[in-house]
Design a protein. Structure first.
Length: 491
């Protein structure tokens, strides 16, 4: 299946450039070769940064009326929608997402967010300050006021991971472009196609040259982007370890950084919770995309009075999960991205057992799969909150059930983590759940299922080792801008 018109080239300054190096991109479900993807050289990355710098400093894009940028970006999204079927197929093949997940969460939600981002971009760029009377050195009073001008920060290096590549590429590129920035996008080597397709769309809608470039490569490519003084902002999604490296690399040039990193989020289930609904949420918390999601709730902190019923309910639900080729629309659970991810998951099964946790379900590779990086959804009970399984991000399909006896203990356990990205509470007492949510130190908490999958105006991001800065909504848009105060007084 051919997904790209320019499968042998990267997109630099509005031009397709062939590369000397190739790297295999494989389907994680059957290990078949998808493409020999182009790998950008250091010179090409340098040229992409230079093109973005020139387009920002000397081009029209940052200075266009917001309505013109909105019109171009609306055409951009419409062009993506015209290719929706092919893009969903690409997501399934390249990222290993199930078809339902690809259509709903990997494609549908980011497109919804992107459309809302374009709408929000029409907010006033200049807002007035109050009039003030200020004593001056002449012994009179100055009548003064001013405005705050919100302006694009400049050149953005956007670095995205393999788990939700289309989602995160769109979530970085659209808001940056909407406010007038220029962008160099670097995808994961595992999932380059979902980035390169954006170059084809840029060509199709006539995005000015240099406004968007897409480069591929490894850690060294990323380092060129994070250290180059021509880059003003690094917008990164990935692991906390790589985030720490990026922060160090960017420090000498004092770049602004937005980082959405790892998580070990807690699902708190109180004694008065609806056990079936809480268990269903618990299942989603470690099986969605085979556990490859930083905001997933993989720690299940459950009141001891209902813990046996909760575990039994999840065990029963796990028996009905259909594992298989994610291109099959009846399949609800696909593969991990690569063998290294499966081996890491296997290591944590051993770690959990050595720590004394009780294996309830899974724990091994499923039978009948000679190819693909499949691993059974795995559930442990009797997990200690200070154990490695409870504290370290697996990024694989393992859920950990931890017992508690009162609300204060549950909050303490939830907060006893190096991470703070997401969280959830299930309770028959929504008021008490809300009071608890205020005490949980994390970037977001849903109560009894929340308001749906990621509201477009809700800022998303973490604290502690889950990163800093926010994505989506007006707060996310503002991350790509800076504020300038212009003051004046009446003569």
């Amino acid at each position: 299946m051919t997904f790209l018109k320019h499968a042998d080239s990267i997109y630099v300054g509005g031009e397709w450039q062939k590369t000397d190096k190739r790297e295999a991109v494989i389907n994680p479900a059957d290990e078949s070769l998808l493409i020999e993807a182009p790998v950008g050289s250091a010179d090409q990355v340098d040229a992409a940064i230079g093109a973005a710098r020139h387009a920002f400093d000397r081009g029209d894009w940052p200075h266009l009326p917001v309505g013109q940028r909105q019109a171009i970006l609306t055409k951009f999204l419409e062009a993506l929608d015209a290719r929706k079927s092919a893009i969903v197929d690409m997501i399934v093949a390249e990222a290993g997402a199930t078809r339902m997940l690809a259509e709903f969460l990997q494609y549908g939600i980011p497109m919804k967010h992107a459309r809302r981002t374009i709408e929000v971009a029409s907010r006033p760029a200049v807002t007035p300050l109050p009039v003030e009377l200020t004593p001056n050195m002449q012994g009179t009073t100055t009548l003064g006021t001013g405005v705050i001008s919100r302006e694009p920060i400049g050149v953005v290096a956007a670095i995205s991971p393999y788990n939700f590549p289309f989602f995160l590429n769109i979530g970085k590129v659209i808001p940056a472009l909407a406010v007038g920035c220029t962008v160099v996008l670097k995808p994961s080597p595992y999932t380059p196609m979902e980035a390169l397709i954006l170059g084809e769309i840029a060509d199709e809608v006539g995005l000015p040259k240099g406004v968007l470039s897409i480069v591929t490569g490894d850690i060294e490519t990323g380092k060129l982007l994070t250290t180059d003084p021509r880059v003003d902002l690094v917008h990164f999604t990935g692991s906390d370890k790589v985030g720490a490296m990026i922060q160090a690399q960017a420090a000498p040039t004092l770049k602004r950084i937005v980082m959405e990193l790892g998580g070990k989020s807690a699902l708190i289930v109180r004694a008065d919770a609806d056990i079936q609904k809480a268990a269903a949420a618990g299942i989603m918390g470690f099986t969605t995309h085979c556990g490859q999601g930083c905001a997933l709730t993989t720690r299940h902190i459950v009141h001891n009075s209902i813990r046996p019923q909760f575990v039994a309910a999840m065990q029963a639900m796990l028996a009905h999960i259909k594992i298989g080729d994610p291109s099959d629309p009846t399949v609800s659970y696909g593969p991990l991205i690569r063998e290294v991810a499966r081996k890491r998951t296997e290591e944590y099964v051993e770690i959990a057992q050595d720590e004394g946790a009780t294996l309830v379900a899974g724990g091994k590779r499923p039978d009948g799969f000679a190819k693909g990086f499949f691993f059974e959804p795995t559930l442990f009970d009797n997990v200690k909150n200070d154990s490695r399984l409870a504290q370290e991000e697996v990024f694989g399909p393992i859920g950990a059930v931890i017992g508690f006896d009162d609300d204060d203990e549950a909050i303490t356990m939830a907060n006893d983590s190096d991470f703070g990205l997401s969280g959830a509470i299930y309770s028959g007492d929504a008021g008490q759940a809300y009071r608890m949510a205020l005490k949980v130190r994390t970037g977001g908490v849903s109560i009894n299922g929340g308001a749906g999958t990621m509201q477009s105006d809700a800022p998303f991001g973490g604290i502690k080792r889950s990163g800093y800065g926010r994505e989506y909504g007006e707060d996310g848009l503002n991350e790509f801008t800076y504020q300038k105060t212009i003051s004046f007084h009446a003569e």
